[in-house]
Every structure is written in structure tokens, then in C-alpha cells.
Ligand binder design. Structure first.
Ligand code: AMP
Length: 111
């Protein structure tokens, strides 16, 4: 599978479509999921063109990987859920329920 530059998250990264942004760092942006499945439902995406978590883990540089996961933690702190708790999810491929083929982590939390 080749990365599709027209996927919806690539368009969000290019500011072609809006999002409710929570945080932006050098390596990632986070924003509210358009169809929330929990009280807090935020997506974190790397700025680089990675299709899914497997592609990201295999092909991203160490700097991108560290920058991405630091951005996940910064998002968690901004949401003030680091003590209450949360769930992280990453879907990979159609058999994994992935709908948007730009790597993203879901942060979900109910209190
Ligand atoms: P998945 O690929 O299965 O991990 O899920 C993709 C997620 O992206 C779903 O939870 C959608 O609700 C969410 N989503 C789709 N389009 C947008 C959008 N324009 N802005 C924010 N979230 C979106």
C-alpha cells in the first residue's frame, strides 16, 4: 500500500480542512475526534506520511518516534487526564478496523 496524500488527516495537516486542535509540536498534532466514542476522544497524528503504526515503527526516524510519543504525553497533560487515566488505541489495516490511512493514536477517557 502506498501512502495516499489525499487522506483526510493529510488534508488536516495541510490546513485544507479544519480540526479542533488540542496541541501542535514539531512532530505531531492532536485534535478532537469528529465522532467521539468517549467523553474525551482525541487523535494524535505524526506530521510525517506514515500509513499506520507498523509503518511508523518500522520507517520513522528515532527523532520522529520520540517526538511523536512525547507529543502523546503532552496531549495527555493538556487534557489533564494523566492521573484519572485513559486508553490508547491504534488500528492497523482493514482487519484492524482502520478507516483513515495516516497513522494515528486514539486517546480515550471517561470520568
Ligand atoms: P480509525 O482509522 O479506525 O482509527 O478511525 C479514524 C477516526 O478518525 C474515527 O474515530 C473518526 O471518527 C475520525 N475522523 C474521521 N474524519 C475526521 C475528521 N475530519 N476530524 C476528526 N476526526 C475524524
Amino acid at each position: 500500500m502506498i501512502y495516499d496524500e489525499q487522506n483526510i488527516f493529510a488534508k488536516i495537516l495541510r490546513d485544507e480542512i479544519p480540526c479542533e486542535k488540542i496541541l501542535e509540536t514539531n512532530h505531531a498534532i492532536s485534535f478532537n475526534d469528529i465522532s467521539p466514542k468517549a467523553k474525551v476522544h482525541v487523535l494524535v497524528i505524526p506530521k510525517g506520511p506514515y500509513i499506520d503504526i507498523y509503518d511508523f515503527n518500522k520507517n520513522a526516524s528515532k527523532e520522529e518516534v520520540v517526538g511523536f510519543w512525547n507529543s502523546v504525553n503532552e496531549t495527555i497533560e493538556k487534557l489533564q487526564i494523566e492521573k484519572k487515566g485513559f486508553q490508547l488505541k491504534a488500528h492497523k489495516g482493514e482487519a484492524g478496523g482502520q478507516e483513515v490511512f495516516h497513522f494515528h493514536v486514539h486517546i480515550l477517557s471517561n470520568d
